[in-house]
Write a protein that binds this ligand. Sequence first.
Ligand SMILES: Nc1ncnc2c1ncn2[C@@H]1O[C@H](COP(=O)(O)OP(=O)(O)O)[C@@H](O)[C@H]1O
Ligand SMILES: [Mg+2]
Length: 227
Amino acid sequence: MSLIRLDHLEKYYNKGKETQVHALKGVSLEIESGEMVALMGVSGSGKSTLLHILGFLDSFDGGRYDFEGAGTSSLKAEELARLRNEKIGFVMQNFGLILHQNALQNVSLPLLLNKKTKYARIRPRALRLLQDLGIGEKADVPVDQLSGGQQQRVAIARAIANKPKLLLADEPTGALDSQTAEEVMQIFHRLNEEKGMTVILATHDPRIAAECSRILYLEDGRINETQ
Ligand SMILES: Nc1ncnc2c1ncn2[C@@H]1O[C@H](COP(=O)(O)OP(=O)(O)O)[C@@H](O)[C@H]1O
Ligand SMILES: [Mg+2]
């Protein structure tokens, strides 16, 4: 059973309007548990759209999306929210952090939302995650006072707080210098190899893509694996 199976997935923005965009055009693919996949393509090719649909952050207009062998179309909003909180970590483009809050508060948020972690365990667990990512000493610093690389580490700590099976990252190294980008890639490798997380990251950097075990190319809303 594949972790992810897409069958002729279609996505439109502004459907039926003059401004309609056909963003995904019959995307079919399978991703197995434990893979590390790069999603490559130029700006506007549909990378973010695909990642958002995979992470249940956006809906689709046709085709099928099976997650862990089960269809997702009939799931209600709250079921999708639970699946997202329990099984999926999302590292947003530009980090998506709450800037006036400190690193610890940002990482605590998904732990507060899951209702499973005892309240007293949240702070130590968030601190441990920050320590694992090498920024434990920044726990009390508002994230808008951290460097890009440090903010990216906070964003990754937040994304993996609930030990997701699937980690999605939208151009996670796009805003970083090459050395910091390489450090962040090492974190993704570690999560993939040691924790067995399936990682899918969007990038337009061929050097970053070459570090992944598989590359999917998106071209104008279509997938091509053999470029
Ligand atoms: N919210 C939106 N409303 C309308 N069009 C959008 C929206 N988001 C993305 N698009 C369009 O969908 C296409 C794919 O965009 P996107 O998935 O963001 O590509 P990428 O991440 O590869 O740059 C582009 O033509 C883009 O302009
Ligand atoms: Mg994008």
